[in-house]
Design a protein around this ligand. Sequence first.
Ligand SMILES: [Zn+2]
Length: 336
Amino acid sequence: MIIIKEFIVGADIGGTWIRVSLCTSDLKEENIITKVAQTPKDNEFSISNTVISLITQLLIENNIDKEQVLGIGLASAGPLDAETGEVFNNANLGFKEIPLKKPIQERFPGVPIYLINDGNASVLGVHYFEASDDEKDNLVYITVSTGIGGGVICNGHLLLGKDGNAAEIGHGIVNRQSNFQCNCGAYGCWEVYSSATGVKNLALDAIKTTKLSSKILMYMIDNDESKITAKEIFQAKRGGDKFSKSVIEQCIFYIKVGVGLVNNYYDCTSIYFGGAMMKDHDLILPPVIEQFNTDPVLFTINHPPKIKVTKFLDAIGVMGALTLVKYKLEGNPIIP
Ligand SMILES: [Zn+2]
């Protein structure tokens, strides 16, 4: 038996949860151990403190010394500055500037720390753990959750951009005349229609004027519109609620628009979807797949991509953070 004495660490920092994983340096899926905590918003250092504490717990519980850690990968909701190691202007993390790399580096001196945005991390995770050989060189990951984010591998290279924020696909504007304002300040971004926040807002906007029956939805929320979230709307649709069905149809239409734009820009072989809203992928993706298999021309000029769901769901971000460390350490040409 070979005993591996070297480890890598990954962290995925989201608006609601922080996940930290430890794995042997061979990065075998069965060797990943994970801890999860709620994202604290007390002050700008509380996120890095939580990451440090989860890493420390994992090391202590598994009898591992700091010296055995080859590298730490940090995947965070962006936008971020890969140079300074800070997150800035994030609508969900609570502070204008959040230092991540520096405080963690102070606790783990000498250990290389790599920072990447969560969409870019996730596409690396799909690349290593899930994609088939023919998909790897032109691969896109799209997360549909509170917002919409993405990561793109094109011609075998991860696209990072000047600050590390390439592929902010959720803020592509899909409706110039829109009355819906996005968290970013613009109107009509893709994520104001197709994210979980978007589905909720579409419903709140339409419920006052709808002629479709929303009886099932209203029963589920005790007639209290403030209780509507995407989750209830998908549940109500499953129960036959006509209003919820029409809201989801709008969301799906804009997913087709978004997928078409992504395919026009990146000419990808496959798109993998993930994120919390993909718990309902059986209601969302079949019509999108059908559209791109049979009649893609209204949405994309390029050959259509294959459309899939990541089997790792919520874990793909932290798996991507681990992959980032592996690829950096081995000098993999996918990432500079
Ligand atoms: Zn936006």
